[in-house]
Design a binder for this molecule. Structure first.
Ligand code: NAD
Length: 477
């Protein structure tokens, strides 16, 4: 567990901010304006369930409104509290600036163990929470647009969207009030996988730079890298699946609530996920892999890449010194405390920071919001036109080959790929890939060239804070 002497999550984020601000030329007033959390709304509401009234506590925090709407997920967990929601809202501000999504930062949370309630009960609770936020414009297409986070997913977002539509019957942009909806309820292809896909794209981009890979002391290429993943939920599952199935990584351990499973030859992530779905989210008993009840200890096992994808504060003063991974990619928000970050840096560990690593979710949420406002699926106008132009070229090449007796043909595989126009999923993945590459390059530029910048986290903060500061300045602040 996290050391008692450590700063809270919110303080940890501020301390990381300060490391970057020290290297920047901001006026103290502007620096403070960017750092502080603008507002946090706390709501307590009752819902009649199982014959009695249950009271729930929820939060929606707005960190920065330098751009609107503000954006950030809604988390369902018993551990949710004001400090955590404010820390996560601040990270959203920096994340959105880093990946150039035109939003301020926000975050919400409800103190609840979603596994204690059945689907109908969760719907009642979610609708009531949404009602409280909607009536204060804390859910609104132009002002505040939530998304899924830990403990929530497409289902909850669909309820929120419907609740907003019921309360705003003439708002033609109602669907843009929340992202992460299922495709049949105004969502976008590729949103569910987006954060894990973004982690994969981030690692691919990191491995495109041999100089950066060398800083972690790793051999070039993702192929064969030994990976440990903590949390096989939305983010961890997709990241592990794509890295093992598409990039040749070996997932040698997965850590979950009930311990960890290990296999030095590499785990079959799809089979493991199916096992968990069948067994109430538990890993224990999974055949063909060693089960260790103390999951946290497995974070300290030797590996090439460590992917914490569950919750904050899991690498702390108490265990940072024993972490062996030379490269950590923060798929979760805030998995490394401020103190642990210093210990790891001292050891030469390279950390790809959360605000970049898990920005795939907000990036595709941005695409979904744009889709909802434009009321048309991406690719609907262009896809067949693109195919027709490609077909024209293929037919002309084949005609030339036949006319001139050149004797060559295009392979069926090439033709199939070349003649397929981009559908929504292909466009979303392309936009996400571009975003992850561009943001990495912005961070890297600062990391390698700016005096005093030792690590990617400080570089990421500098890029983000500069952009937020520029927006404030252009508003006359
Ligand atoms: P999720 O609820 O889908 O999955 C979390 C997983 O972690 C679950 O499988 C859970 O059982 C596991 N877990 C919980 N406590 C654990 C523990 N002590 N040890 C090991 N495993 C544990 O949540 P998610 O959406 O995948 O989010 C995970 C992290 O990623 C969070 O920090 C979240 O803020 C961040 N994130 C999520 C998104 C998104 O799009 N969902 C986007 C950006 C960041």
């Amino acid at each position: 567990m996290q050391h008692a002497a450590e700063p809270s999550f919110r303080e940890s984020v501020d301390l990381m901010f300060n490391r970057a601000a020290r290297l920047m030329d901001l006026s103290p007033g502007l620096e403070q304006k960017i750092r502080v959390c603008n507002s946090t709304y706390t709501v307590r509401f009752g819902v009649r369930l199982r014959g009695k009234i249950e009271t729930f506590t929820g939060y929606r925090s707005v960190h920065s409104e330098h751009m609107e709407p503000v954006k950030g997920g809604i988390r369902y967990a018993l551990s949710v509290n004001q400090d955590e929601v404010e820390a996560l809202a601040a990270l959203m501000t920096y994340k959105c600036a880093l990946v150039e999504t035109p939003f301020g930062g926000s975050k919400g949370g409800l103190c609840i163990d979603p596994r204690q309630w059945d689907e109908h009960e969760l719907e009642q609770i979610t609708r009531r929470f949404a009602y409280e936020l909607i009536k204060r414009d804390l859910i609104h297409p132009a002002q505040n647009v939530p998304a899924p986070d830990m403990g929530t997913g497409e289902r909850e977002m669909a309820w929120i969207a419907d609740q907003y539509a019921r309360m705003n019957t003439t708002d033609i942009n109602a669907k843009a009030c929340v992202t992460g909806k299922p495709p049949h309820a105004g969502g976008i292809q590729g949103r569910v996988e987006a954060t894990g896909r973004g982690v994969q794209f981030a690692l691919r981009e990191f491995f495109r730079h041999p100089e950066d890979v060398a800083k972690a002391g790793l051999a070039e290429g993702l192929e064969g890298k030994r990976v440990i993943v903590q949390g096989l939920g939305n983010v961890g599952y997709h990241a592990a699946k794509f890295l093992s199935e598409e990039d040749g990584c070996k997932i040698i351990a997965v850590i979950e609530r009930d311990g960890a499973v290990l296999d030095p030859k590499g785990l079959d992530i799809e089979a493991l996920r199916q096992w968990m779905t069948k067994n109430g989210g538990l890993l224990a008993g999974y055949p063909g892999a060693r089960h260790v009840p103390d999951g946290a200890a497995v974070l300290e096992e030797p590996c090439d890449i460590l992917i914490p994808a569950a919750l904050e504060g899991v690498i702390h003063l108490g265990n940072a010194g024993r972490i062996k991974a030379p490269l950590i990619i923060e798929a979760a928000n805030g998995p490394i405390t401020f103190g642990a970050d210093a210990i790891l840096r001292e050891k030469g560990c390279v950390i790809i920071p959360d605000m970049y690593a898990n920005a795939g979710g907000v990036t595709v949420s941005y695409f979904e919001w744009v889709k909802n406002l434009s009321h048309i699926r991406f690719g609907r106008m262009q896809r067949r036109a693109e195919e027709a132009r490609s077909r024209l070229l293929v037919e002309e090449l084949e005609r030339l080959s036949a006319d001139q007796h050149l004797g060559w043909t295009l392979s069926p595989d090439f033709k199939q790929k070349f003649l397929t126009g981009s559908d929504e999923l292909a466009l979303v993945r392309s936009g996400l890939d571009d975003t992850m590459r561009t943001a990495y390059q912005a961070m890297r530029e600062v990391w390698h060239n700016r005096e005093g910048v030792e690590d990617l986290r400080v570089a990421a903060y500098i890029v983000s804070i500069s952009r937020v500061a520029a927006t404030y300045r252009s508003k006359g602040l």
